[in-house]
Ligand binder design. Sequence first.
Ligand SMILES: CC(C)(COP(=O)(O)OP(=O)(O)OC[C@H]1O[C@@H](n2cnc3c(N)ncnc32)[C@H](O)[C@@H]1OP(=O)(O)O)[C@@H](O)C(=O)NCCC(=O)NCCS
Length: 164
Amino acid sequence: MAATYTIREFSIADYDAAYALWEVSEGIGLSAADSRDNIQSFLTQNPGLSFTARSSDGSLVGAVLASCDGRRGFLYHCAVARDRRGQGIGRQLVKRSIAALAQRGMRKCHIFVLADNEEGRRFWRKIGWEERHTILVMSRDVIAMDGGTAPRPGTAERRSEAGG
Ligand SMILES: CC(C)(COP(=O)(O)OP(=O)(O)OC[C@H]1O[C@@H](n2cnc3c(N)ncnc32)[C@H](O)[C@@H]1OP(=O)(O)O)[C@@H](O)C(=O)NCCC(=O)NCCS
């Protein structure tokens, strides 16, 4: 019998369980950007786009964040619990976010994947995503670490927001 799970919209009440999953998921890069307040703000600004999967005992077994900036969609932090992988949960989470982005009029969605995340790359390719070899991600801080407003060159986080 197929293992059961339920997909629901990601709410801030899911934060602790989702964060714990991301922390133990290889290929997910966490940073100060993933604080509870920031994720609350992210969900408020992007309602209906992010999802979790919970198994029948209520435990969180998968999560994905998605956003829309008005012209493109973005997915972040797609992860499935190790013992629930290979059951289609990752594919379904992505499918729900993509469908919601399409409803919002988005025609394309991007992800950031750590270049050394070979398994993650295989997953994305398998479910229809195309690697782009002519685009390089560049980043910089917009608020200096000392709280000032003028960013110092070359201080961008090295592992940025990669990891889905
Ligand atoms: C990547 C990840 C989310 C996939 O979740 P999952 O629930 O196991 O994926 P699914 O079961 O939905 O797999 C969908 C398809 O991709 C394939 N697939 C999944 N992981 C794969 C891998 N590592 N290599 C090759 N194929 C893979 C599956 O076989 C399936 O194909 P099928 O439908 O033809 O059988 C999960 O492995 C994970 O959490 N990894 C760690 C975090 C991570 O790297 N996330 C991506 C960040 S960019």
